[in-house]
Write a protein that binds this ligand. Structure first.
Ligand code: G4P
Length: 301
């Protein structure tokens, strides 16, 4: 995959990372959103370093777009004594009570000590962090039961962190989304771009579609074949795109395949869940950041 600029890292993101580190002592727990389709690639390693052992709830957001079997495997892989992992569909507001309970459980010791001293523990203070587009605003809106203002990720419009009252004993601190320098390996960049976490800044649509079709041919061959009426998935990714474009009627004068039109369709359909619920990486893949991991069983296998 052709990456446009290896030194890619907007300056305001470095500022956000510093701001997260500064505000960490003010909160009891961190809610870290990631995309349940790519729970490894959508977690910022810089955040991981900054958050250290702070009690954390990893919110596997957009769980409605991921395969349940693999989401369960990710939950098992991510949970530790100071970290809970909860699948959530913020858009349709499911999994929210589990997030509230997990946040409270991680602070249970402090709540009990406060009760012993006859004091009612103040609301649990949670900082919401994650990469852009991982659903932080949607999660905050869902947890607070209202339409909260969005914290922008762009330079110039980033506001200071703000407290938002959640439903139940929870206060939320909204932070802007943050990525990390260079975005790691091709493995991660492909998955981040395919799910819409990073847009055109990092990869061109056609390079991205080529990477995605290769990934889907390895991960979900039956669905790819059925959706785009492809016969021979052993073709190089570029030829698969051409064949699929023709079948879809994306043609230019001279009967040439209109690749840019088809690539946009493929990305839209993948991102919109038209191809079905998909998980693009499993806990077993991440050790070596493998680009073409073993074929996953299709749902229900
Ligand atoms: P952010 O604050 O972390 O940047 O993310 P935000 O809440 O804005 O969500 C980004 C996109 O993801 C939004 O789509 C939102 O509706 C969608 N989204 C958030 N949570 C979920 C979820 O649990 N399930 C599903 N299916 N979608 C979710 P959008 O408004 O269409 O924006 P865009 O994708 O066009 O940027």
């Amino acid at each position: 995959m052709d990456v446009k600029d290896l030194s890619w890292f907007p300056g305001h993101m470095a500022k956000t990372l510093r701001s997260i580190a500064e505000r960490l002592p003010q909160v009891d727990v961190v809610l870290e959103t990631c995309d349940a389709r790519i729970p490894h690639s959508s977690r910022n390693p810089e955040l991981d370093r900054i958050l250290g052992t702070k009690p954390r709830v990893v919110v596997l957001n957009k769980a409605d777009l991921a395969e349940e079997t693999w989401t369960r495997a990710w939950v098992r892989a991510l949970e530790t004594s100071s970290c809970a992992a909860i699948p959530v569909d913020s858009l349709h507001r499911s999994g929210l009570d589990r997030v509230r309970n997990a946040a409270a459980d991680l602070c249970a010791g402090r709540i009990e000590r406060a009760a012993e001293r006859g004091r009612i523990f103040r609301p649990v203070r949670a900082m919401v962090v994650g990469i852009p587009n991982s659903g932080k605003s949607t999660l905050i809106n869902a947890l607070s039961g209202r339409k909260a203002a969005r914290t922008e990720d762009r330079p110039g419009v980033t506001r200071g962190a703000q407290w938002i009252r959640g439903e139940g004993p929870l206060e939320l601190m909204d932070m802007p989304g943050v990525l990390w320098p260079n975005l790691g390996s091709d493995f991660r960049r492909l998955r981040l771009a395919a799910t819409g976490a990073v847009r055109d800044e990092v990869v061109s649509t056609e390079d991205l579609a080529e990477g995605l079709v290769g990934l889907l041919a390895a991960r979900y061959p039956d669905r790819l074949r059925a959706r785009y009426k492809l016969e021979d998935l052993s073709l190089p990714a570029f030829e698969l795109l051409e064949a699929a474009a023709r079948k879809r009627g994306c043609l230019l004068p001279g009967n040439r395949a209109d690749l840019s039109r088809f690539c946009a369709i493929l990305l839209d359909e993948f991102r919109g869940g038209v191809l079905g619920r998909m998980t693009l990486e499993t806990p077993d893949d991440i050790g070596a950041d493998r680009i073409a991991p073993a074929v996953l069983p299709e749902a229900g296998d």
